[in-house]
Design a protein. Structure first.
Length: 276
């Protein structure tokens, strides 16, 4: 067995804002793992060369973020079905056989966040998804995976929602952005995947008249933690789940594969990121 200290990191550009090193650093310390996790600012033009060199330097894997999540699929030797379906990877493993393995754990993080923080039955009824960007792809793939049979989708730029319907199939129906509130009628899972509501962006102001108090409502935005959308849904009597848990849960499978310990996502872990 190798005695090298395992290295991992998050690759993006710019990357200084990423909280992943704080999270993995906390887990490394908590579980007494001798390893390191660092920021890696890599330009698009250098990505392949950097990825091919990393195993020689002791890297066992990496997370990938903007702008490399899609490009990395064409560089990887093995792409999991879910990463291919989502069209992006966020977790890489440098296998002992030299192969670069690319996976996507965003959908897992999304589902695990709802399972851990709400009394959520995915099959209780239709889902309403706002937004059709990269995050929406992972959300839709994972909702279909856990058995949701009807997903209503609305996006400001309709053509992006239509493209997702064409890819993911007839369980998806597209609603005009100006009528997005109508998707809430009878919806049991409600998800904001747009960047609206984020610090510095306009609020996400969908009319909530049709929202059932039985719905579980979540926002992928986690700065601020409690968006106006979540607060309004909570006032309506809904269970609400913030986006930070998705970020925490998507990180756990990578940590386990690289460092050999399945990390627990708990209140202490949340507090580490909130303190940053
Ligand atoms: P993206 O690919 O850039 O998509 C952005 C989405 O927001 C698109 O649907 C876009 O609509 C919509 N949007 C942006 N500005 C808008 C506006 N003024 N009015 C209406 N819609 C608007 O980004 P992404 O990667 O999907 O990320 C979306 C959000 O999810 C971000 O806030 C990100 O931080 C968050 N996120 C959180 C997690 C987590 O772990 N919690 C993981 C991934 C992403 P158009 O198509 O019309 O532009």
């Amino acid at each position: 067995m190798s005695t090298k200290i395992p290295l991992a990191g998050v690759i993006g550009s710019p990357i200084g804002h990423s909280k992943s090193p704080d999270l993995h650093g906390f887990w490394l310390k908590r579980y007494g793992v001798k390893g390191h996790y660092i920021h890696l600012d890599v330009a698009q033009s250098d990505l392949e060369e950097v990825l091919r060199s990393m195993p020689k330097m002791g890297f066992v894997g990496a997370n990938v973020t903007i702008p490399h999540k899609e490009t990395v699929l064409s560089i990887a030797d093995v792409v999991t079905d879910r990463a291919a379906l989502i069209g992006a990877a966020n977790t890489l493993i440098f296998r002992p056989d030299g192969k670069l393995y690319a996976d996507n754990t965003d959908g897992y993080g999304f589902v695990e966040n709802l399972r851990s923080n709400a009394d959520w039955t995915p099959t209780a009824g239709p889902a309403a998804v706002f937004g059709a960007g990269g995050a929406a792809r992972a959300v839709i793939a994972s909702l279909l995976d856990v058995g949701v049979t009807e997903i209503r989708l609305s996006n400001r730029t309709r053509i992006r929602a239509d493209a997702l319907r064409a890819e993911f199939g007839t369980k998806i129906s597209v609603v005009e952005w100006v009528q997005a509130g109508s998707m809430l009628e009878g919806a049991m899972t409600v998800v904001n995947t747009t960047s609206l509501g984020m610090v510095g962006k306009p609020e996400f102001n969908v009319p909530l008249e049709a929202l059932s108090p039985k719905a579980v409502v979540t926002d992928l935005v986690y700065t601020p933690l409690r968006t106006a959308f979540l607060e309004n849904a909570a006032r309506n009597g809904c269970q609400t789940v913030d986006g930070l848990g998705m970020l925490l849960h998507q990180a756990a499978p990578g940590f386990e594969r690289w460092f050999g310990v399945r990390p627990e996502v708990d209140e202490e872990t949340r507090q580490v990121l909130l303190a940053k």
